[in-house]
Design a protein around this ligand. Structure first.
Ligand code: SP5
Ligand code: ZN
Length: 346
């Protein structure tokens, strides 16, 4: 499979995040993309740049005013005499109005995000758009007949919803890929999210839709980020009822516990009989991940690639999380390598 990557994604750099009461350098860094790219180049994968998709494509899954906010946020911040990382100072919790978007930049920032771990810096917009273009390009390759493609996206995307960002995510790359497949010949698309964290943004975008099945395997929100979504009783609404499937797992989960849940996820996808699959591929399920609590090991990522290939679907893989910098490249290469070994040419 081909790999889509843009160096513009590294313009998002130098941010800080609030981590358990301390301001730390962002766990989500350009080095993540560099180590993945190096491992895939060593593995012999062909790497292509993204196509120059118009920014209007973002509006297929995002709200126009939200996109405008992201585009202009940092220049508004610097116009107010600030530099460094933009982080919010307040959120519209219960009892506060959700229907008023403050005109000032600090209130607007809290309105559009849900955590203090997702900084906006000078290069964030360019990088997020480049990541979105990588995902759209991978989806286009698959829509045009490639059996699979991998978008090396960063910043990641699955925590970003129609009109909010957070969880290191600004634009929802996987949702853009799924929508592209819907626009180009796929009547039904399944999204399988195997990142350690629940893909709350993707779930929100497709919550009331039956044409995109969202299935997520993730750590329980009882103790793990994003805390306020990802329970098993969330199943979609309206026409989308039954087309969201959540499989939360306990801290400490190992492959022998993960595998049955993955099989249940793949069974749900097989019953749906989609025309294509989008995989939100986080490798923060790894035992050495610094912010996560599952115990997957190196060989488990080869088995994950085997399992994904066994779905026998045209597949767009989109990079999400993974913060054990030294190992994430090799783990992604294991997934993609095993997937390729198992994939029959269409
Ligand atoms: C795309 C993605 O993986 N986003 C993850 C965002 C997580 N941000 C907050 C993480 C809070 C981590 N909790 C600390 C556990 C330390 N052992
Ligand atoms: Zn994650």
């Amino acid at each position: 499979m081909r790999v889509i990557y843009s160096p513009l994604q590294c313009r998002h750099d130098g941010g800080v995040e609030m981590h358990r009461g301390a301001l730390l350098p962002s766990f989500e860094s350009p080095a993540r993309a560099h180590t993945i790219l190096a491992a895939l180049q060593r593995g012999g994968f062909e790497v292509l740049p993204p196509r120059d998709w118009p920014e209007s494509r973002l509006l297929e899954v995002h709200d126009a005013e939200f996109v405008e906010f992201l585009r202009n946020a940092y220049s508004r911040w610097t116009a107010g005499g600030r530099d460094g990382s933009m982080l919010p100072s307040g959120f519209p919790a219960r009892g506060l109005r959700q229907d008023r978007r403050p005109s000032g930049i600090h209130g607007a920032l809290g309105y559009y995000t849900f955590d203090a771990s997702t900084p906006i810096v000078a290069g964030t917009w360019d990088a997020a758009v480049a990541a979105a273009r990588c995902a759209l390009t991978a989806a286009a390759l698959v829509a045009e007949g490639d059996s699979a493609a991998y978008a090396l996206c960063r910043p990641p995307g699955h925590h970003a919803g129609r009109s909010f960002f957070g969880g290191y995510c600004y634009l929802n790359n996987a949702a853009l890929a799924a929508q592209h497949l819907r626009n180009h010949g796929c009547a039904r698309v399944a999204v399988l999210d195997v990142d350690y964290h629940h893909g709350n943004g993707t779930q929100e975008i497709f919550w009331e839709r039956e044409d995109v099945l969202f299935v997520s395997l993730h750590a329980t929100p009882e103790s793990e980020y994003p805390y306020f979504l990802g329970y098993a009783d969330e199943r979609g609404a309206g026409r989308g009822e039954g087309y969201t499937v959540n499989l939360p797992l306990p801290l400490g989960t190992r492959w022998h516990e993960y595998r049955p849940a993955l099989d249940a996820a793949l069974d749900a996808i097989a019953r749906y009989a989609p025309d294509a699959l989008v995989v939100s591929l986080g490798v923060d399920t790894f035992e050495a991940d610094p912010i996560s609590g599952f115990k997957l090991t190196e060989p488990d990522y080869s088995e994950l690639g085997d399992c994904l290939a066994a779905a026998r679907l045209p597949t767009v893989l989109v990079q999400e999380g993974g913060y054990a910098i030294a190992e994430i490249g090799a783990n992604v290469a294991r997934v993609l390598g095993a997937f390729e070994t198992n994939t029959l040419r269409r």
